[in-house]
Ligand binder design. Structure first.
Ligand code: IPM
Ligand code: MG
Length: 378
């Protein structure tokens, strides 16, 4: 086949798959109500590197704060061990089929970091994170960042299934001189993230939502995203809305004079990825941030940092800081309707952060000592 025909066929297949995804979104009947479930199964999936160590500590905190409901059988924990880079390479799949089935048998998932092979590191397997977000349709990536002493209280609503990520592993190599990747934005995908953000703002008394795009350049995708967010905003007249380009917002977040004024952000996937790392750094580093991945049928809670394989190689996994996973556990509790327990976890986490010194090395506390302190202060 000549190059042009090959490219056309490749692109046609992508469009077809995306049209199907739009149909599925149109037929989606809305979100699960956890308060109606007799039993909530929490899947604990350690992942790679320091993941199993810090996930186990967060699970201990959850078990302690949910003790009564664990004893009554209302809350059930399940271990999902197979989401490792070794298994993914062996299956040549981002998520091996048996692991995906186990994930789907849970109501909610606590996930440790997973290693993402980048181009050149052996088999070019898609990121497990990206695959899980797609397979479980976890469309809202909610990332809170707070620095109370500076008046910063931000919540980022990152679109989690579209943009550059939807087809991130499906680009076209035309020949040795040219490659394409694709960005996709849909009406359904944009409206559902915008609605989550505005509903959150309304329920939490937030007065301001900022929409972040690069709509001056990416007119079709970001242009659509921006327009649809403003349309959704019309249903929330009490909330002030404005929009910013991603370059200037990244500058504004380090401008101490203006950054306090922001509350809720809506961002397409890739900008959300980048800006939330910047925001987490302002809070004290990516190790301090938790992240909620929410869909209508499943939700997954994780740290936003990587699996730190070097810490494991040098025998330091037990010194990894579980704070980000405990923060993820707090977000999980809130999502399944355990707001009081979530408040207890966050208060105890603050105590631990102020009393236990974790350095990532043997001169600091272990993750278990840190979690013990959280549990003792619940
Ligand atoms: C994140 C991570 C992931 C992403 C990686 C691990 C695929 O950076 O959750 O922000 O790019 O979304
Ligand atoms: Mg990221």
């Amino acid at each position: 086949m000549d190059k042009l025909e090959m490219a056309k066929a490749h692109f046609a297949a992508l469009v077809e798959a995306q049209l199907k995804r739009v149909e599925n979104m149109k037929n989606d009947k809305g979100a699960v109500d956890y308060s109606t479930l007799d039993k909530i199964i929490i899947g604990c999936c350690g992942g790679d590197g320091i993941g199993p160590a810090i996930t186990a500590e967060a699970e201990r905190v959850l078990r302690a704060v949910l003790k009564k409901d664990v004893e009554s059988g209302k809350i059930v924990f399940k271990q999902i061990n197979g989401l490792t880079i070794e298994n993914r390479i062996a299956a040549n799949k981002a998520i091996p089929d048996d692991v995906l089935a186990e994930l789907k048998a849970c109501d909610i998932i606590l996930k440790g970091p997973t290693t993402t092979p980048s181009k050149g590191d052996g088999p070019n397997i898609e990121s497990a994170n990206v695959a899980m977000r797609r397979e479980l349709d976890l469309f809202a990536n909610v990332r809170p960042v707070a620095v109370p002493e500076e008046g910063i209280d931000w919540t980022f609503f990152r679109e989690n299934t579209e943009g550059e990520y939807a087809l991130g592993s499906k680009g076209i190599v035309i020949d040795e001189d040219m490659s394409f990747d694709f960005k996709v934005t849909t009406t359904q995908g944009t409206e559902r993230i915008a609605r989550q953000a505005f509903e959150f703002a309304r329920k939490n008394g937030k007065k301001h939502v900022a929409i972040i795009t690069k709509a001056n350049i990416l007119k079709k995708t970001d242009g659509k995203f921006l327009e649809l967010c403003y349309n959704v905003a019309k249903d929330y007249p009490e909330i002030q809305v404005d929009d910013w380009f991603v370059d200037i917002i990244s500058a504004n977040l380090i401008n101490e004079k203006v950054r306090k004024g922001f509350e809720v952000f809506i961002l397409p996937n890739l900008y959300g990825d980048i800006i939330t790392d910047e925001a987490a750094q302002i809070q004290g580093g990516v190790g301090t941030a938790g992240s909620a991945n929410i869909g209508n049928h499943y939700a997954m809670f994780e740290a936003i940092h990587g699996s730190a394989p070097r810490m494991v190689e040098t025998g330091r996994a037990q010194y990894a800081n579980p704070a980000s996973m405990i923060k993820a556990a707090e977000l999980l509790l809130r999502h399944i309707g355990y707001a009081k327990e979530a408040d207890r976890v966050i208060a105890a986490l603050n105590v631990a952060n102020n009393t236990i010194k974790i350095t990532g090395r043997s001169d600091g506390a272990t993750g278990a000592e840190f979690a013990d302190c959280v549990i003792a202060n619940l």
